[in-house]
Write a protein that binds this ligand. Structure first.
Ligand code: ADP
Length: 362
């Protein structure tokens, strides 16, 4: 039987799995289950039993590695206990990740398991990027801007060296625009800034999450409107963003096809905030050699890419409409002051490669 690496991404509403060869690069199969919990995990693990492969390593996407992890970690009882201690930092995501690890360890008790963190890639950022302007003790307690989507940014940083080596070592803003959306400033392939903060709510507006919001609004809702805490959590994570603004859908395709002014305003809000954040992150990076679009919206919506880049014309960016319409890799014109690129992300491969590296002897 062929040796294979299984990757598991147990999210808040889906379980995504993939099988790779033991090189961590050759993809054998992948799938998504639109459910969570033990039954979903059992189905995902069952797939590997029918795939005629021998699972030699399992990689888990884990949303939070706290301040502890700046690289993937081989999972043992102590690491698992540490990951469980991060549940309060990501209460909507981390429990699913932990459950996935427990199920996979039970199914493959003698197979090495590796945790790959969404936060780890951002551990290279400076104090001013990581801190909030709260009294110092909060920073020491771990109330920090962690940043997320790190596996996607790490994959893109590596891909850039292949598809655009001239800018890979330079100053790059990566826009990961999916249901969850964030941006990251890279300098020399390392994260120097990101739009997400302590939680996955911050920064850009998303499918159902608010993005940046004045904490004064939350104080007002809690204090003056007596909104229960759980209701506030649901509002911020599940009822806001594109869905809240449009009153219609969290799906960008639906909104782009809709004629209502609320749908148009929701899309314009998204585009406006994205363009503003590119300029902000370019300042953090100290310049802009390239802007990269990735994830569902970033990879597939030429309309959104075009609208964001046109708002950045003052920075000298210029989009090639024909190349953009084809979702080509290079979508800027020759005169554009920075390259604009469209690069598909692959978080699963980033995980599989990390597992493969750890399977090598020595
Ligand atoms: P997830 O965070 O769930 O992995 P994805 O990266 O798959 O999300 O992105 C999902 C988003 O991408 C949805 O808003 C969807 O509408 C959007 N999307 C997918 N294809 C297109 C397209 N052709 N045009 C515009 N938006 C698209």
């Amino acid at each position: 039987m062929r040796p294979a690496i299984l990757t598991l991404n147990a999210g808040s509403s889906t379980v995504k799995y993939a099988l790779f060869g033991d090189d961590g690069v050759t993809e054998l199969s992948r799938g998504t289950l639109e459910e969570t919990g033990e039954a979903a995990m059992a189905k995902a693990l069952e797939v590997t039993r029918t795939a005629e492969v021998e699972v030699v390593g399992v990689g888990h996407r884990v949303v939070h590695g706290g301040v502890t992890y700046s690289a993937p970690a081989r999972i043992d009882d102590a690491v698992l206990a540490t990951l469980e201690s991060f549940v309060p930092l990501a209460p909507l995501h981390q429990p699913h990740n932990v459950q996935g690890i427990k199920a996979a360890r039970a199914a493959f008790p003698n197979v090495p398991q590796v945790a790959c963190f969404d936060t780890a890639f951002h551990r290279t950022r400076s104090f001013v990027e990581e801190a909030y302007a709260l009294p110092r003790r909060f920073f020491d307690e771990g109330i920090r801007r962690f940043g997320f989507h790190g596996l996607s940014y790490q994959f893109i940083a590596k891909q850039l060296a292949v598809v655009a080596p001239d800018v890979a070592k330079g100053k790059v803003v990566v826009a990961h625009l999916g249901s969850g959306a964030s941006m990251c400033a890279l300098n020399g392939g390392r994260s120097v800034a990101s739009t997400m903060g302590f939680s996955t709510i911050d920064g850009l507006p998303m499918g159902t999450r608010t993005g940046a919001i004045d904490p004064g609004v939350l104080l007002h809702l809690l204090d003056q409107k007596h909104m229960p805490l759980k209701e506030l959590e649901t509002l911020l994570y599940k009822e806001s963003g594109l869905k809240g603004l449009s009153g219609l859908s969290n799906d960008m395709r639906t909104l782009l096809a809709d004629e209502s002014s609320a749908a148009k305003e929701a899309v314009e809000y998204f585009v406006h905030r994205c363009a503003r954040e590119v300029a902000s992150l370019a300042t953090a990076a100290g310049g802009l050699d390239a802007l990269v679009f990735t994830a569902g919206i970033g990879e597939r919506s030429s309309a959104i890419r075009g609208r964001i880049v046109r708002k950045l014309a003052w920075l000298g960016l210029a989009i090639d409409d024909a190349a953009n319409g084809r979702n080509s890799t290079l979508i800027s014109t020759r005169v554009s002051r920075a390259k604009v690129l469209c690069i598909p992300t692959n978080e699963e491969r980033c995980i599989a490669e990390a597992v493969s590296e750890r399977l090598k002897p020595g």
